[in-house]
Design a protein around this ligand. Structure first.
Ligand code: BGC
Length: 457
């Protein structure tokens, strides 16, 4: 089948990045970070977390992690010495709640919080909570953040432009919950802090999940945005700032888009928004595969004479399914999976169809892992200027379902980073997976900042 083979080869060449292309992407990222520190308000957002924990923090705090797919509510006991206990409840955010008015969404959130704190044995009048909110927020203080446009399928009337903490407080009041939110942070910031609680070498954190993002640490003096610092409470002696890069939002003029990326963007609910995230995030990878498969199936006559209806349906292929197909060598098992998840009749599915499907998935996974590695490398470049300046062991903390559950993605990312950094430097850069970083980090930050406000007050 020469035509088919040529077509898939051309597709592969277009998708998989060369070292040169990755190096250009890294430089473009660094230029954007610098612009973000001096001008662009939508990226490089100061978190108002101005130090890392020592590991000796203690106390019991509530934490909540509102992500793209799940809400976690936890009671966290920090025991000092880097030890902690965490009792966590997990709630899946109902699909229909992603587009309701903010009061309705946050009433659902506070009911989940109420269920989670019932019976919690903490003797005090008011529980203190740290909130991880995994969406872009224009932070103006540690406990104040104005919601910006949301990705990952969320459009919540009444949220954008308003303070998330105030809206949550009102929702807690409606449930008669005596909770004081002392900090709101991005999930990348809480991941960085959670890892730093036991590992002082942590310098960067990233999340690869429904969406993607990263956090880094910069000297406060390098933040030149006119809108910063707004808070008078910043201590000038604390000269670092943890930064939420919101790298997903970086403008798209240097990313290696194909016609399928453009199609996905055009048909998405927020065109031109979060272009990098649309090439890596779990919310989009399956859809990229579907759009490509649809084109291949139509043009190469795959999967029988009549196109399976699942191929026409937006978001019918999710990242969990593609990770299963990617990890499965047995074609008969893949045919079974397609039947079970997409109702594709096994009698119309040939081995050649599966070969093409697997090649498409492989290409997007390789590209996602290459771009993720380029993202991490760009933050190292921002921090060190040149990779050769990395002279001591450092840790990059990583959380997120794609990282933890999609082995081919995480291995590909580590391999690409090694290639970019070179054998010698890469032995100094440790990548550590963090579980439950959202809640643990939020609790630690709540502890660090409730203590501070008591001290200041
Ligand atoms: C959000 C980020 C978040 C990331 C990972 C993105 O869609 O904009 O704030 O950190 O997803 O959860």
């Amino acid at each position: 089948m020469p035509t088919e083979r040529l077509k898939i080869e051309a597709f592969e060449q277009n998708i998989i990045q060369t070292c040169e292309s990755l190096s250009n992407i890294i430089s473009a990222f660094v230029a954007n970070y610098q612009n973000g520190l001096s001008k662009d308000e939508t990226i490089m957002i100061p978190s108002y977390v101005t130090c890392l924990p020592t590991g000796n923090e203690t106390g019991t705090f509530l934490a909540m992690d509102f992500g793209g797919t799940n809400l976690q509510v936890a009671v966290v006991r920090l025991l000092g010495n880097g030890n902690f206990e965490i009792k966590q409840n997990h709630f899946r955010i109902p699909e229909e709640s992603k587009t309701v008015a903010v009061e309705v969404l946050f009433d659902w959130v506070s009911r989940c919080v109420k269920k989670s704190v019932e019976g919690v044995d903490i003797i005090c009048d008011e529980l203190k909570m740290g909130v991880t909110f995994s969406f872009p927020v224009q932070q103006i203080a540690i406990d104040k953040g104005i919601a910006m446009k949301m990705g990952k399928g969320f459009t919540v009337p009444g949220l954008v432009g308003n303070d998330v903490v105030q809206l949550l407080n009102s929702a807690f009041d409606r449930q008669n919950l005596k909770i004081k939110i002392v900090a709101i942070v991005n999930d990348t910031i809480s991941t960085l802090v959670a890892q730093a609680y036991t590992d002082p070498k942590s310098v960067i954190a990233a999340v690869f999940a429904t969406g993607t993002n990263a956090a880094c640490i910069v000297p406060i003096s390098s933040i030149k945005k006119t809108t910063f610092p707004r808070a008078t409470s910043l201590n000038l002696e604390e000269d670092i700032m943890l930064i939420n890069t919101e790298w997903g939002l970086i403008k798209n003029d240097f990313l290696p888009f194909t016609k399928y990326d453009l199609l996905l963007d055009e048909k998405s609910d927020k065109p031109k928004f979060q272009p990098y995230e649309k090439m890596i995030g779990g919310y989009y990878l399956g859809e990229l595969v579907r759009l490509t498969l649809l084109d291949f199936a139509e043009n190469l006559g795959l999967f029988g004479d009549v196109l399976p209806s699942a191929f026409m349906e937006k978001n019918s292929i999710n990242t969990e399914l593609i990770s299963k197909i990617d990890g499965e060598a047995n074609f008969a098992k893949i045919i079974e999976l397609l039947n079970e998840k997409l109702s594709i009749n096994p009698s119309i599915t040939s081995h050649f169809d599966i070969q093409i499907l697997k090649s498409i998935i492989r290409c997007y996974t390789i590209r996602a892992s290459q771009l993720a590695a380029a993202g991490l490398a760009s933050l190292l470049k921002l921090r060190y200027g040149d990779f050769s300046k990395i002279e001591t062991d450092i840790t990059i903390a990583i959380d997120g379902s794609i990282y933890h559950k999609y082995q081919q993605f995480s291995q590909g990312m580590k391999d690409t980073l090694k290639l970019i950094l070179g054998e010698k430097i890469s032995t100094l850069v440790k990548i550590v997976g963090v579980q439950d970083g959202g809640c643990l980090g939020a609790a630690i930050i709540a502890m660090m900042y409730s203590k501070k406000s008591e001290r200041l007050g």
